[in-house]
Ligand binder design. Structure first.
Ligand code: HSE
Length: 310
């Protein structure tokens, strides 16, 4: 653990947004998949990004997601010192598992620790939304909230910002495949309809409600029935080659439900227990092994803590 008074090293977790029926409001946090960041107090005022490894990202704080959110908290707290940020980027930008959110949430969480916990997680989410907006062009918090609060979260409203932490059944695991194709969040938002039929809206809000009930009551059967998205998935799944085959075979392998992780291209499944998650990942791999698309897979317990000091 690195937490001398002037420096902190953290693992800022990857996250899955939307969780099928909860477009822009639901999300959950992954374990041991994330970016590492070192944040250091400096005599020199301001926010300075001094190191970026893993991916090619801008060093100017105003153009960098971690920098923009760091500036938001810094300009509010107005300390008489500054911060240096080192970013070790392990979550590939554009993978659909909250890469920009990890950068945005990580910098504000670590700075808040060095400021002596001035702000609560909801306030930190508001600062981090500034960075997330730079990446995706819209202020949404469904990746940020689970990264900061841990576990499952529901963004009840953006203005005023209200976030609910939902209890997580203990045996819940996620299986994820990231097919390495590029899908920009802005483009996958642009293809969505502006209006939806009432019939679909009814199905969707019934699923969100029953999913939340299932989480509170550890009801894996109801959880499985609730993981359906009749609004967004029909449009976005067309952007992900072999999505339907991955979904069918993952369900056959025992997944409770399968959906697009955030705006894609990653696909997630939720399972009861680690063994089934591993079977599901094998089923997912089989589909892409027969194609020329490269992929990465992950099996993860739901991380109910969020950020980790390492
Ligand atoms: N809720 C967002 C979307 C998550 O699906 O567009 C991606 O940033």
């Amino acid at each position: 653990m690195t937490f001398k008074n002037n420096e902190i090293k953290i693992l800022s977790p990857a996250t899955v947004a939307n969780v099928s029926c909860g477009f822009d409001v639901l999300g959950f946090c992954l374990d041991n998949i994330g970016d590492e960041m070192v944040i250091r107090k400096t005599n020199k005022k301001g926010i300075h990004i001094t190191k970026i490894e893993g991916h090619d990202l801008p060093f100017e704080a105003e153009k960098n997601v971690a920098g923009v959110s760091a500036l938001a908290i810094y300009n509010d707290a107005k300390p008489n010192f500054g911060f240096e940020i080192e970013i070790y980027k392990y979550i590939k930008p554009g993978s659909g598992i909250g890469s920009s959110a990890a950068s945005a949430a990580g910098s504000v969480w670590a700075i808040n620790k060095l400021l002596g916990d001035l702000y609560n997680n909801t306030q930190l989410t508001a600062f981090a939304m500034k960075g997330e907006a730079l990446a995706s062009g819209s202020e949404h918090a469904d990746n940020l909230a689970p990264a900061l609060f841990g576990g499952f979260t529901l963004v009840k409203s953006i203005a005023p910002l209200q976030i609910l932490k939902i209890p997580t059944p203990t045996d819940l695991y996620a299986a994820i495949i990231h097919p390495e194709i590029e899908i920009k969040t802005s483009e996958s938002r642009a293809i969505l309809p502006k209006e939806i039929p009432l019939k679909n809206a009814i199905t969707q809000w019934a699923n969100v409600g029953s999913l939340i009930h299932a989480m509170h009551t550890n009801d894996y059967g109801l959880l499985s029935q609730s993981l359906n998205d009749v609004i967004v998935e029909p449009y976005r799944s067309k952007l992900i080659p072999h999505f339907n085959a991955v979904k069918t075979d993952s369900l056959k392998a025992g997944a409770l439900g399968v959906g697009i992780s955030g705006s894609g291209p990653s696909i997630f499944a939720l399972t009861r227990g680690k063994d089934i998650a591993e079977d599901v990942v094998e089923a997912m791999k089989k589909i892409y092994k027969n194609t020329d698309i490269h992929f990465n897979t992950y099996v993860s317990k739901i991380n109910t803590n969020g950020m980790k000091i390492i």
